[in-house]
Structure formats: structure tokens, C-alpha cells
Design a binder for this molecule. Structure first.
Ligand code: PMP
Length: 379
């Protein structure tokens, strides 16, 4: 947060900062989606919709989930909300009772621990062993599980690491959850953004898992629609109903116009998704190859999302531009203040000696940012 505020302040003062902190696609929402929203507005779709989303959008989300995960959900097993974050909130609030243990792999997306805390849950941290190269395994979970454990939050592809959990490991995690009778919230918001032919698998697709899993997805990342605020959840009817009740008395339906846009996104041409994915992939390969040549930085080849999760531990204890570097916070601050490039230190994601850099920016800016990072380390 501190770094983000500093970055924005510097940019606000007119300084040239290469911002590699973005958590959203740099592309505009595809045109046919924007037009669908305008049409809906002009047709008068400006009133309340059913709380959990329009029947057509719920149907479209169910069909999309079938294509992406192979799972058959009925429309009444789907709840549309104001972004995937809202879907997660409804799920956590509905599933977590005070004192319930919730297994949370580290690094984690910043929102998960805060939502668990809001529900009064007990966070059971699950550090991913370095040897597992950012990919969660049952071995990691076994070390953290306790008698209090009730559920697990999964995020594959991961923010911040970009790691995708392979089918084999996921199958073992599924067996672990069945044996321990755990529910799973599976945040699959980056599922469409995978590379090198890697398959993104939903844990809900394994036998006996659909009954204990809430799948979270949405249009924000795949369709470059972060500002429209449409996400959805799918799962057992009892949980989806509880989530809908909560939503009914808090936010009510998500925006009618955005729902029309999301319907066009899910049912319309999918080529724009593939075009964006290909461009992300080009930048990913470039950024990984650059980081691999910078002494002191280490990265696993991430197969999903649009982030690199970089280990800077070899630089700990070094002096850079007159500053002693004790962790990634120090390094990120040095890069921002001395070189004009901004990344997110790993402390926010639960790991002090890593940082996250986003490649959701133009190739030109990405190259400039990496040049600046490299130059400061070279000095
Ligand atoms: N889950 C993860 C892992 C994310 O990175 C994000 C966005 N940063 C979200 C959920 C939230 O998505 P939305 O914008 O649809 O609320």
C-alpha cells in the first residue's frame, strides 16, 4: 500500500515511472462488449434484475463453466455478483464460522486473509516449499492442517505467482479434502490465461468435489472488464442460496448494464480473449528471459495469469545506491526512488524476499522497466 501510494504520488507529480504493479489487463474491453452495454441501456435494461443475476447470464455462466471445467452446473447453482471479489466475500461469509480453520497457501492474494478475518475464521498458513516451485502440493497442506481445519482457499493460476497446479497434484489435493471433509473455495479467475499448452484444471471436476467446492470466476481478467464488476460463483445449492441471501440484503443485484455486457462477453466471439492471451504470453516469455539473466534475481517459469513472482533473496545484505537491502520492500523502494520503476514487494502476499511484477503493460514499457531494474542492480 505504501509503495502504491508513493508510485501514484510520483506519477501525479509528472515523474516518469514505469509501473509494473498492475493487477488488471492493460487492454480496453472489446468493442462488441461495450456496444452490448450501450444497447442494453438504450433498450431500457436499467432496472433491478433478480438478485443473483439475470437468468440469461446465469445460463451463460453455467455454459462457460462447462466449457472451461467440464462441470455441469444448473443455472440455480450459479450466483452473479459485483466482481469475483464480491463472489469470494459471499462465499467466505457463508462458509466460515468464528474459529473455523481455513487453510491458506502462501503466497496468497491479499484479500483472502482479510476476508477470513472478517468472518472470524482462523487462518492456517500453508507455505509452499521452495522445492515445489510455487506449485501447492498435499505435502504442504499436510504440514499445516489441524483439527480445526474446515476449508481451503485455492487459487490456480495464482496471483501473485502465476503458478498453475497440475492435474496430478490437484487430484491429490482433492483426495486430501475428501478425506478431511474440507470445503474448497477455488478462485479460478485467471483460468483462461494459461500458456505453453498448460491445462488449467478445476478441483471441482474431480469425483466428490463439486459437492464441497465453490468455484469463483468472472469476466474481469479474461475479457479486460475489471471496471464493470461482474463475477460469479458456482457450487452446491445450499451454499449458493446462503450467498444469495447475504447478497440480497447487502448489495442486491449487480449492475444491470454490466450484466448485459458480461452476457455478450461470455456468449460472443472469444477471439479477443485469445488475442490478449497471446500478447500476454509474448510479454511473459520476454520478461522471464530478461529476469533470468539478471544476477541476484530468480524466477520460476509461471504458466498462468500475468505476473512474475521473483525471488530476490541473493540480494539481501547488499548495498544498492547507498541503501542496505534487507528485503523486497527495500529493493522495491530503491527501484522506485532511484530508478523510476515500480513493482510490488512480496510482504503483501506473505513472503518478504520476493516481489511481484506484472506484465500487463506494453512491451515497450516492460522493456524499459526491466532496463531500469537491471541498471540499478548493475551500479
Ligand atoms: N481473485 C484474484 C486472484 C484476483 O487477482 C482478483 C483481482 N485482482 C480477483 C479475484 C478479483 O476480481 P474482480 O475484479 O472480478 O473482483
Amino acid at each position: 500500500m505504501t509503495l502504491d501510494a508513493k508510485t501514484k504520488a510520483l506519477i501525479g507529480q509528472g515523474q516518469d515511472v514505469v509501473n509494473l504493479t498492475a493487477g488488471e489487463p492493460d487492454f480496453d474491453t472489446p468493442e462488441h462488449i461495450r456496444l452490448a452495454a450501450a444497447d442494453a441501456m438504450n433498450r431500457g435494461e436499467t432496472r433491478y434484475t433478480p438478485v443473483g443475476g439475470t437468468p440469461r447470464l446465469k445460463q451463460a455462466a453455467a455454459e462457460r463453466l462447462k466449457l472451461d471445467t467440464g462441470i455441469d452446473y444448473a443455472p440455480d447453482q450459479v450466483l452473479v455478483s459485483a466482481g469475483a471479489k464480491h463472489s469470494l466475500y459471499n462465499a467466505v461469509m457463508s462458509l466460515v464460522n468464528p474459529g473455523d480453520g481455513v487453510l491458506l497457501p502462501v503466497p496468497y492474494w491479499v484479500t483472502y486473509p482479510e476476508q477470513i478475518r472478517l468472518a472470524g475464521g482462523l487462518i492456517e498458513w500453508v507455505p509452499i516449499a521452495p522445492a515445489h516451485k510455487d506449485e501447492l502440493t498435499v505435502e504442504d497442506l499436510e504440514r499445516a492442517v489441524s483439527k480445526k481445519s474446515r476449508g481451503l482457499i485455492l487459487n490456480s493460476p495464482s496471483n501473485p505467482s502465476g503458478a498453475v497446479i497440475g492435474r496430478g497434484h490437484l487430484e491429490e489435493i482433492a483426495a486430501f479434502c475428501r478425506e478431511r471433509d474440507l470445503w474448497v473455495i477455488s478462485d479460478e479467475i485467471y483460468m483462461r490465461l494459461v500458456y505453453d499448452g498448460v491445462e488449467a484444471v478445476s478441483i471441482a471436476s474431480f469425483p466428490g468435489m463439486m459437492e464441497r467446492t465453490i468455484v469463483i470466476n468472472g469476466v474481469s481478467k479474461a475479457y479486460a472488464m475489471t471496471g464493470w464488476r461482474i463475477g460469479y460463483a458456482a457450487g452446491p445449492r445450499s451454499v449458493i442460496q446462503a450467498m444469495a441471501n447475504l447478497q440480497s440484503q447487502s448489495t442486491s443485484n449487480p449492475t444491470s448494464i454490466s450484466q448485459a455486457a458480461a452476457l455478450a462477453a461470455l456468449t460472443g466471439p472469444q477471439e479477443p480473449v485469445e488475442e490478449m492471451r497471446r500478447e500476454f504470453d509474448r510479454r511473459r516469455r520476454y520478461a522471464v528471459s530478461r529476469i533470468q539473466t539478471i544476477k541476484g534475481l530468480e524466477v520460476n517459469d509461471p504458466k498462468g495469469a500475468f505476473y512474475l513472482w521473483v525471488n530476490m533473496e541473493p540480494l539481501v545484505g547488499r548495498t544498492i545506491a547507498g541503501r542496505t537491502i534487507t528485503n523486497a520492500d527495500d529493493l522495491a523502494l530503491a527501484w522506485l526512488e532511484e530508478a523510476g520503476v515500480s513493482v510490488v514487494p512480496g510482504s503483501g502476499f506473505g513472503v518478504a524476499n520476493y516481489f511481484r511484477m506484472s506484465y500487463a503493460t506494453s512491451m515497450e514499457r516492460l522493456a524499459e522497466g526491466l532496463d531500469r531494474m537491471e541498471r540499478l542492480l548493475g551500479e
